[in-house]
Design a protein around this ligand. Structure first.
Ligand code: ADP
Ligand code: MG
Length: 688
């Protein structure tokens, strides 16, 4: 690797500053990527811009002023294409005052706001580019902007000087850069070679070129990321599982009997999922599965059948559910599908067991007498011990953190894992976020399901909606009405559960049996309300999103959602999944408020357009990006520098494939502990 000092282009001071920023050699320098490009051919017309817009302005500083009113306020006035705009910085240091001088050319970008009646930026990002205009070779249409710190500037490293140095280095040393991707692969993948990409990322002629360059660099990042995933998988395969799952005729017969005894037929996907799970469980190493299936696709049954197989081997299973209601429901389902009296030792562990009961349960589990523990977070507590925990099932896995999963896992020696989720994520993201899990999909819905009729109504139409609710209840059906918040708040006129419940109870449906369900009720109260709803004693359940996850009441056929714009797309889809579970035509009624954000509207439209959770996940991803999607935040993939999965998602599959074709690349990058380390050290650019 060629150090920056060897190039002879940097002063001692500059080397010191750069090395503090971890830019020590040529590779680091080439990967000091522009943080932004400004396309000068695109003249911003501020007349068409409104407060709230994200804009970039390139212009001249006409005036600069520091005010001391309680705190320092530094304001500059910028003239750009004949428009005037202000940029204001609170608590600005003297540094800014020294840099942002009248006459300099500056690029500013951020959100437009109206401040003191003037079009303004508040604390925008900025870089000085005054030296750009005078220099012919830098006055192209596309101006890359580098992050320039105060220390860099003090060492005479400006946007322009940095770019000149990068250019010289690239010219002098590019012959020595080697590309780990062979030419034929570059062609097949439609990727730039690395030197071309470096040229285009630093000196683009068009915006399209910057994207081409980034695409190539994103690929590098995704390859490295996949190396890590492959390593994790390989490491798991090295582990010798402490137990063996084997298929034998008795067990096969029992499963067949059980399945044929069900009141319905398994879907093809359910059968395939069970087949795959059983086959993989026979491996000599632990297996980690992610079972992804839309709401109502029948995941519980798949999980319970798998659990039964382990239990028949005298191995223990822990089934973790996010809420007491769900834990109870799974417990009940399990007892229902088993032939009466055929099973002892299924324990339900929830927070509030009486001490005596709990002690008994814990003892039976730690002695290995009970084989299945279904429960909530209570399962994770230190006091819970198993004799031979062999399978962990996590329902609605996005509701649990990695630590909780690991804590539960540590209660066994080499347990298998089955994670389940009803918020499917786009396929590309599966690879990115769950690369070390084997995905299994339940796409097929049980045959008996009717399409849910989803409609958007206005708040002014509530009376009509209530009439429809009454009609279905009279026919014997049950209804959910969902609110985003429990209590009214001062600064919002949003309808809340508490304020509306009394209206519904006293005025709208005085003759119907209403129930209330929300997160502030005790576990007992919640369970009682839910049980009453299941038993049909409650006709209209007025609730918050406590009902969101997994509740199964086939007789309910209408769900009314107030302020649906306040919910995320996957949440809305989950809520809708509470109905359409029985044989009755079901309805999801979204009661839109008068004003909504564009994104809120887009979500409602998507809800009306499709019932496919996978498609909705894709829409959610496009609207909000991966970072905001449920449960993905804590994953390593958020550490990408260049790759944006919204844009480069499909490349991830190519990266995985490329690695499989090129085990030498896998070996070259092996041994890295995390993606950041890999990215910093891994990309070997230079031959000798
Ligand atoms: P989810 O995948 O959302 O967890 P559940 O496992 O709660 O779905 O199943 C929803 C409902 O569908 C339950 O009442 C379950 O008994 C029922 N069910 C499961 N599989 C089938 C099937 N193959 N045919 C009909 N109903 C099914
Ligand atoms: Mg479920």
């Amino acid at each position: 690797m060629i150090s920056l000092a060897d190039t002879g282009l940097f002063s001692a001071e500059q080397l010191k500053v750069l090395s503090r920023l971890k830019v020590k050699d040529l590779r680091d320098l080439f990967y000091y990527l522009p943080r932004k490009y400004i396309d000068r051919s695109q003249k911003l017309d501020l007349r068409n811009s409104r407060a709230g817009d994200m804009v970039t302005v390139v212009g001249k500083i006409m005036h600069a002023e520091m005010k001391y009113a309680g705190r320092r306020r530094f304001t500059i006035k910028i003239e750009a294409n004949g428009f005037i705009i202000y940029a204001t910085f609170f608590n600005a240091g003297a540094y800014m005052q020294k840099q942002l001088l009248v006459g300099k050319e500056i690029a500013c970008w951020g959100k437009l706001e109206v401040f003191r009646g003037r079009m303004s930026f508040m604390h925008p990002e900025w870089e000085l580019i005054s030296d750009e205009v005078t220099s012919p070779q830098h006055s192209g249409r596309i101006v890359p902007i580098y992050k320039i710190t105060e220390a860099m500037r003090n060492a005479y490293l400006t946007v322009r000087s940095l770019r000149e140095k990068i250019e010289t280095c690239l010219t002098n040393y590019e012959r020595r850069i080697t590309d780990y991707i062979p030419q034929t692969n570059l062609q097949n993948l439609g990727l730039l070679g690395i030197t071309e990409a470096l040229h285009k990322v630093h000196f683009p002629q068009t915006m399209a070129e910057t994207e081409e360059a980034r695409r190539r660099m994103a690929f590098d990042e995704l390859v490295l990321f996949s190396v890590l995933n492959e390593e994790k998988k390989l490491a798991i395969r090295q582990i010798d599982k402490k137990f063996r799952i084997v298929s034998h005729p008795d067990l096969k017969k029992e499963l067949e009997d059980l399945i044929s005894g069900l009141p319905f037929e398994l879907t093809g996907d359910q059968q395939r999922a069970i087949g795959t799970l059983l086959k993989n469980s026979a491996a000599t190493h632990p297996v980690n599965h992610l079972l992804m299936g839309d709401v109502g696709s029948g995941k519980t049954l798949v999980a319970l059948i798998l659990a039964l197989v382990y239990m028949r081997h005298n191995l223990q299973v822990a089934y973790l559910a996010p809420t007491e209601i769900l834990a109870r429901q799974h417990y009940q389902t399990f007892l229902n599908i088993l032939p009466k009296g055929s099973f002892e030792g299924v324990e339900l562990l929830i927070g509030k067991d009486a001490a005596k009961d709990k002690r008994g349960k814990l003892e039976r589990l730690s002695r290995g007498e009970s084989l299945l523990a279904i429960g909530t977070h209570a399962l994770i507590q230190d006091e819970v011990n198993f004799a031979n925990l062999a399978l962990i099932i996590i329902d609605e896995q996005h509701r649990f953190g990695v630590e909780q999963r690991e804590k539960l896992r540590s209660k066994g020696e080499t347990p298998d894992l089955l994670s389940m989720t009803a918020t499917p994520i786009p396929r590309t993201l599966t690879l990115a976020y769950y690369g070390d899990l084997e995905p299994i999909y339940l796409r097929e819905k049980p045959k008996n399901r009717l399409k849910i009729d989803t409609r958007v109504f206005q708040e002014s139409e509530l009376e009509r909606i209530y009439k429809a609710v009454r009609k279905y209840v009279t026919q014997g059906r049950q209804v959910y009405i969902i609110y985003p918040v429990i209590d009214e708040s001062e600064n919002s006129d949003m309808a809340s559960l508490m304020s509306e419940f009394s209206v519904l109870e006293k005025e709208v449906f005085p003759d119907l049996r209403l129930g209330l369900l929300h997160g502030r009720l005790s576990g007992d109260e919640k369970d009682r309300a839910m049980q009453k709803f299941k038993d049909g004693l409650i006709q209209v359940l007025v609730a918050t999103t406590v009902v969101e996850v997994g509740i199964d009441v086939p007789n309910a056929n209408v769900i009314v959602i107030r302020h649906p714009d306040r919910f995320g797309l996957s949440q809305l889809h989950q809520l809708r999944g509470r109905v359409g579970r029985g044989k009755h035509q079901s309805f999801c009624i979204l009661v839109a408020p008068d004003r909504m954000t564009a994104e809120g509207e887009a979500r409602l439209n998507a809800m009306v357009r499709t019932e496919d959770g996978f498609e909705l996940a894709q829409v959610d991803f496009e609207l909000r990006g991966a970072g905001e999607m449920t449960g993905l935040r804590q994953s390593g993939a958020s550490e990408f520098h260049v790759a944006d999965l919204r844009v480069h998602g499909p490349l991830l599959e190519s990266a995985v494939e490329f690695l499989h074709q090129h085990p030498e690349v896998q070996r070259q990058f092996a041994g890295m502990k995390n993606i950041r380390q890999t990215l910093e050290k891994g990309l070997v650019l230079f031959g000798n």
